[in-house]
Ligand binder design. Structure first.
Ligand code: A2P
Length: 259
């Protein structure tokens, strides 16, 4: 629900739940947790079980630290209107702030209390993961990172596989920039699929958790329709050639913003 204005959020989450999505990703920083909560509450009233939903939010940078995390979690849960969260993520590592270890200890405490099912991180580089695991003895369940064919994150995916961390891709469509790419369009024409479906299928075949963002009900539904075809080795090789290292978001090694 990144960059989704509060007014569009409730409708978009409702459309996604109608289309069969059950994983909802938000963050304190997106300013729309309350609207996500309204959509989840409506879904549960209309018969979707809480157990079938997978709700994720993220701790914002200004709240890193043990006590501040406990307070920020309560504030997010009040907005979401839930009594437990499926996955809580540290939004950014903030290497200069150097508080992610204490933050994760607070996450572990909340997990031990039964208030969070799984705890993870976002935008962590291998050196941040090493420190986190060495200091806390806990392996995060997930690392949500910028990942798309321009930035396929081979090294981090290998580190995750070795450590047993699930890779989750943000901006999986390159924030829409890859949807007109001639290679992606051509592969789509071959399979009778849209460029977005090709990119989402690419993530699925890489083993990524993928959270394409759309506020449009038709696109939300069609983005889910990726389980009836398979990209060939040749398709994957063609997409691999798109890698050029482009980052659309901040570099986690130098991003220390706490505003
Ligand atoms: P919209 O919300 O108007 O559908 P990413 O997930 O990489 O951040 O990309 C999100 C962008 O891709 C949004 O601008 C979204 O626009 C657009 N988008 C998502 N799905 C589709 C689709 N199936 N066709 C075209 N654009 C899409």
């Amino acid at each position: 629900m990144w960059q989704t204005p509060p007014g569009d959020t409730e409708r978009a989450v409702g459309a996604a739940l109608d289309a069969g999505y059950r994983h909802v990703d938000t963050a304190a920083a997106y300013g729309n947790e309350a609207e996500v909560g309204h959509a989840l509450s409506a879904a549960m009233t209309s018969g979707i079980a809480r157990n079938d939903l997978y709700v994720v939010t993220k701790l914002w940078n200004s709240e890193q630290g043990y006590d501040t995390t406990l307070r920020a979690f309560d504030a997010s849960m009040d907005k979401l209107g839930l009594d437990y969260l499926d996955l809580y993520l540290i939004h950014w590592p903030l290497p200069e702030v150097n508080a992610f270890v204490d933050t994760f200890r607070a996450f572990a405490h909340l997990r031990d209390q039964g208030r969070i099912r799984s705890i993870g991180v976002s935008n962590f580089e291998p050196e941040h993961l090493d420190v986190l695991i060495d200091e806390t003895g806990i392996v995060p369940a997930v690392n949500q990172i910028e990942l798309h064919p321009l930035l396929p994150q081979q090294e981090l995916r290998e580190v995750h596989a070795r450590l047993g961390i699930a890779t989750e891709a943000w901006s999986p469509l390159g924030q829409g920039s890859l949807l007109e790419n001639p290679r992606v369009v051509a592969i789509g024409e071959h399979h009778g699929k849209t460029p977005a479906q090709i990119l989402i299928r690419w993530h699925v075949q890489l083993g990524n958790i993928v959270i394409p963002k759309s506020v449009n009900p038709e696109r939300i539904a069609s983005n889910f329709d990726v389980f009836d075809f398979e990209l060939s080795e040749q398709d994957l090789a063609s997409i691999a050639e798109l890698e050029d290292g482009t980052r659309l978001g901040p570099d986690p090694r130098t991003f220390n913003f706490t505003g």
